[in-house]
Design a binder for this molecule. Sequence first.
Ligand SMILES: Nc1ncnc2c1ncn2[C@@H]1O[C@H](COP(=O)(O)OP(=O)(O)OP(=O)(O)O)[C@@H](O)[C@H]1O
Length: 616
Amino acid sequence: MVGSNEQLLKSWARSQMYRPSFTSAKDAILSEYEFKQYKEKKEAFLNDIHPTIEQLAHRIKPSGSVVIISDTNSFILENIGEPKFLEDTKRIYLQNGACYSEKIRGTNSLGTVSIEKKTLAVVGKEHYLEAHHKLYCIGSPIFDPSGTLLAVLNISGYKDLYQPQMLCMIDNMARTIEDSFLIRQPNPQLILSLSSEQQPNYQALLALNEDGLITGANREARNLLNLETLIPEKIHIDDVLIGANSILNGEVHKGLIFLHKKDNEQSRLLCSIWHDSRIPLFTFSKDNSQSKPSVNSKQPMRNNNDAFNNIYGEDEVFQKVIDTARNASSTNYMIMVTGESGTGKDMISQAIHYSSSRSNKPFVALNCGGITNSLMESELFGYEAGAFTGAKQSGHPGKFEQANGGTLFLDEIGEMPKEMQIALLRVLQDFTITRIGGIKPIDLDVRIITATHTDLWKKVQEGSFRSDLFYRLQGVRIMLPPFRERTDRLNLAELLLKQVEKELENKTLTFSAEAKHLIGTYTWPGNVRQVLGALREAAFLSKDGLVDIDCFPTYILSSYQQPKIKNSSLKHKESQEIIEVLKKTDGNISESARILGIGRTTLYRKIKKLSNFIDE
Ligand SMILES: Nc1ncnc2c1ncn2[C@@H]1O[C@H](COP(=O)(O)OP(=O)(O)OP(=O)(O)O)[C@@H](O)[C@H]1O
């Protein structure tokens, strides 16, 4: 909601009561040291909103204006934009650490918006202090998901450059920041989008936890539901909306529901799931809200050939990941798979597809890394005959079309060029594409799975990945653990060794004790893929089927810490064992090494040490 003359009049009445003066304003500026201390407490918030305010500063630069962030006490925390304006306004102390509360400065957007909590423009003489009469300033409140004021987002410039449409722009920016706070609340959560005939301008968003309790709402949703502020997890969705259950349980994706009103009148709302990062298939009935969420009895049929059965994993974290992926496969939700390189992102995405109802349709993959913008455009959207020089005569369907009915796997999504990010966002809005050079839109029914090994959120913060696309793609998050953190890594390595055995036509392979130690302690930056590669090499070099430490690639051995024998009794025990075995085999080194589970070279080394030990 945007403020009006009424807010300005109220502010002037307060200002007249406070009687602020420019002289007192000078005294209300924090020293450099005080400001540093003060700002430190707000650092996390400022880091979060930085990409948005930089974007805003860039947009308003041609108008010679600046962006100002002030806190609830109306202290300026951040002041960025046109250097000339910043220099000129030093005389009125428009600077970091200056207080612009109404008590100090009278009517001005920073101070007045923090009281009125509405987007407001203060232009020229509407400012209480004469020193500000040459300026305009527009402020918009930023609320947290429970409706508590966090800060005020302002822009300011010379009054002649004021344009009323700036009011909407800044109001939108503040709402975008709020929506990003709402969606980044701790998982798992579900966000519902509500729209009504009365509130057509903004999207109302309502965040719920897995029990159906409201954890947050954006400004529009709070207006719509008459929730000025809300205590998170105190109100159940059933208390404010009738009939939300069918949507929450995934029975319908979009539906009309009724809104409770204080005067018992009900109005109709269109409700849809905007974002879902729950493990799917929870029921949200209020009746079982006291207990933990249960699996919906209306579970969709799963494909009998459960592709997940082929994926090994006894590690607890990995098993949870598989459960989430298995549940997600029976829905149409978007999925984002994250994990270091070689952890199995591609493998798990394929398993999701092949155990879903789309399994008899194509699984099409595109690696978004290292392709130019124009190539990716034709790869994704395809082209009509003669669309560009070198285009095939018959035209060519893009990956979206090829995947129609099935799954499109966008690997390394973090590498997608920015122009393509906009194009992808457009597709996600209406699920249609038009081939390059074509005019006919093609309807799509594609499940999208994305994968990345990078911290995508960091890319959003750095500005190289669009935040709106990030939120759209998130859907169900699947985070694969690195190999070194898996508690089942030895068993997995044994299984991979069996796979290598088959490749080498049934040469029987076993690990030596030291090789097992290496597998358990080396960091394996390339994860399962690296383990598999190293095992292939080690198996090739193995003697008599024993995969010992010296069969592994040297680049691994150079950073591997051999186990230290902790005390002489251990050393003694091992020496005894070696002597016993050597006696038993009449000194046959190969046979002894096999019995001891170590390589011949290792045995020679140990015998050498043994003689030193005996000499001592
Ligand atoms: N749990 C597992 N069980 C069996 N094989 C696995 C497992 N995890 C990964 N692999 C194997 O590891 C190799 C790498 O997996 P995959 O290509 O899916 O990784 P990725 O994360 O997509 O890698 P990148 O990020 O480099 O594309 C494949 O050969 C895959 O079969």
